[in-house]
Design a protein around this ligand. Structure first.
Ligand SMILES: Nc1ncnc2c1ncn2[C@@H]1O[C@H](COP(=O)(O)OP(=O)(O)OP(=O)(O)O)[C@@H](O)[C@H]1O
Ligand SMILES: [Mg+2]
Length: 361
């Protein structure tokens, strides 16, 4: 059993405050994914959990025990990095057993644990090879094997697949998912890859500038983003943002429109105060083509990308804003063609224009 709890965790390097107060609870056996733009503090947070980096202030608890001052090797944590730090002069077997060798484990214990890790990772046939005789994915499996044999309470992964090509990434992503199921271990995983985040995570933590923007299941974050930043960060292509005028507002909904948008009522979830400007978020996948001259949103085709299974259309709306629409079919649009779109207002999101820095969770 291993739960993690971070309470107001902060990290500063001199005057540079890189983690600005993170509160987070990770349950036993949970697969948690950290996402956020480059430099937002994902690796720093992971390194603080592992003990490789000091915590400037706040507390880190593992299983209810404060471990701020516990050295890394006593925390029961194993970390796997982007660059698979395996030794070129050792065989796979020796690499996987490395941590056990250092700890003075017996030959029998090493053999048993290496065999188990090799079975889980399906690399029994690779044990006598050296890293130079392995593919990138196989090398990363060796690094994961080295983590497994230590029977850690918590696995930390820092972009473990980002050096691999697309096909290998997909294979390894599924293997990591299976590994989590088999080991039932608590895992914290950093990635830039949306598909990895959405498919592997029980819980996604979106970070920006050293702060947590939102914590939730992949679908909670996708369907109910708490702010503009999360809305624009998750989903590909990104959610469209259209600046609109708020004509009126009741307790639940606001009536909005602009030069390109017919008046519609959208739930405001308390995020806008009154009349004035607001930002309407619409995912590219949530629009449909309307009959010419009808629909709710009007624009002109700039560019079309036909991908076979879907068509991505770059539009310029009548109010001048850019808008991307995707259609789950092959369609032909001519540049300059007028397009009228319709969508379900229940799938749209309304934000205050500056609603990017709130940190609700
Ligand atoms: N030793 C250090 N001294 C000063 N600043 C540092 C140090 N290490 C990291 N930083 C800064 O802390 C911030 C967070 O870095 P971190 O490596 O955690 O980002 P990240 O979210 O992992 O980014 P990436 O996605 O690029 O890996 C960055 O602005 C970085 O420049
Ligand atoms: Mg990083």
């Amino acid at each position: 059993m291993a739960t993690l709890r971070l309470k107001d965790v902060r990290k500063s390097y001199g005057n540079a405050h890189v983690i600005k107060g993170v509160d987070l609870e990770i349950d036993d056996g949970e697969f948690t994914v950290f996402v956020g733009p480059s430099g937002c503090g994902k690796s720093t947070l992971l390194r603080m959990i592992s003990g490789l980096e000091d915590i400037t202030s706040g507390t880190l608890e593992i299983d209810g025990q404060v471990v701020n001052d516990l050295p890394p090797k006593e925390r029961g944590i194993a970390m796997v990095f982007q660059s698979y730090a395996i030794f070129p002069h050792m065989t796979v077997r020796e690499n996987v057993a490395f941590g056990l060798t250092i700890a003075g484990a017996s030959k029998a214990e090493k053999e048993e644990k290496v065999a188990e890790a090799a079975r889980i990772l399906q690399m029994e046939h690779l044990l006598d090879r050296r890293p130079s005789q392995l593919s990138g994915g196989q090398r990363q499996r060796v690094a994961i094997g080295r983590a497994i044999v230590r029977k850690p309470k918590v696995f930390l992964f820092d972009e473990p697949l980002s050096n691999l090509d697309a096909a290998l990434r997909m294979d390894m992503r599924m293997e990591i998912g299976k590994l989590h199921e088999q080991l039932d271990a608590t895992m914290v995983y950093v990635t830039h890859d949306q598909v990895e985040a959405m498919t592997l995570a029980d819980k996604i933590v979106v970070l920006k500038d050293g702060l947590v923007m939102q914590v939730g299941s992949p679908m909670e974050l996708y369907h109910a983003p708490a702010n503009l930043f999360v809305a624009g960060f998750l989903g590909a292509p990104s959610m469209n943002f259209v600046t609109v005028d708020v004509q009126s507002r009741d307790a639940a909904q606001a009536q909005v429109s602009n030069a390109a948008l017919e008046p519609i009522a959208v739930a405001h979830k308390g995020r806008i105060a009154g009349e004035g400007k607001a930002v309407l978020g619409i995912r590219p996948q949530h629009v449909r083509a309307a009959q010419p001259g009808q629909g709710m949103l009007h624009g002109q085709v700039m560019l079309t990308e036909r991908l076979g299974a879907e068509t991505v259309v770059d539009l310029k709306l009548k109010d001048g804003s850019k808008f991307i629409a995707t259609f789950a079919e092959d369609r032909v649009f001519e540049p300059g063609e007028s397009v009228d779109l319709t969508f379900d207002p229940a799938q749209a999101h309304l934000f205050a224009p500056e609603d990017t820095t709130s940190a609700p969770h």
